[in-house]
Design a protein around this ligand. Structure first.
Ligand code: ZN
Length: 227
């Protein structure tokens, strides 16, 4: 089995990407970044999904991006609600966290090289998403090139680093169907940017709206607990 590092947020996409990677024979080492996100229950969800997927090694790394702010997820900025989903990808919304996936992939690459692995799994999606630039194919391709020139393993051993993003070109409905097929229990996952203190989803932020529509389009019962 090929070892791989997987970024695990506890959300629908990363959980599905990991489950798909497992069916393709990867031995997953899960990495969750506790970046001070306002939706704290993501971390609990990540622990639960990683356990349910039978992954033995799960590192939760704390790096508090609230020190930088600049996002509705890391600063005192309201999370936009009830936006028109057909216009959702027109402009990059305030829920964008500055350079988040660059930071996360850099941390994953550090562990990847230390472990002697070459694959990093990420649930990036460039179809049903909020238009974040660091979810697009061009970004992931550039990061692969960076990994090869940035590491000792890349330079001395020609390590062929790959960013494995199996959801990149799927709709949310396709992602959910693939996840159900791979055995994902979506009731364990958390997507909402602005949950209640008990962890109930708001049903109105972009993440909730996209997720809800995905279940509807997939014809699968949405197990999300809404407030
Ligand atoms: Zn929400």
């Amino acid at each position: 089995m090929k070892s791989a590092i997987a970024l695990a947020s506890g959300g629908l996409d990363s959980t599905t990407a990991i489950a798909i990677a497992q069916t393709q024979g990867f031995d997953i080492h899960a990495l969750t970044i506790d970046y001070g996100q306002r939706h704290r229950c993501e971390i609990e969800a990540a622990k639960n999904v990683i356990k349910a997927l039978g992954i033995r090694q799960h590192v939760i790394l704390a790096i508090d991006l609230r020190a930088f702010g600049g996002s509705a997820l890391t600063a005192n900025i309201d999370v936009p609600k009830n936006r028109d989903v057909t216009k959702i990808d027109d402009a990059i919304p305030v829920t964008y966290v500055p350079a988040r996936n660059t930071i996360f992939l850099s941390l994953a690459l550090g562990w990847c090289e230390a472990l002697g692995a070459q694959d990093i799994i990420i649930g990036a999606n460039a179809v049903d998403y909020s238009g974040y630039p660091d979810c697009r194919p061009a970004f992931l391709e550039a990061f692969e090139r960076l990994a090869k020139v940035a590491t000792k393993a890349g330079v001395e051993e020609q390590a062929d680093y790959k960013i494995y993003a199996p959801l990149l070109r799927l709709t949310k409905a396709q992602i959910i169907r693939a996840g159900v097929e791979a055995g994902v229990d979506y009731s364990l996952t958390h997507s909402c940017y602005d949950p209640s203190p008990e962890g109930l989803a708001c049903g109105e932020c972009d993440s909730c709206v996209i997720r809800k529509r995905g279940f509807q389009e997939a014809g699968i019962l949405d197990p999300t607990r809404y407030r």
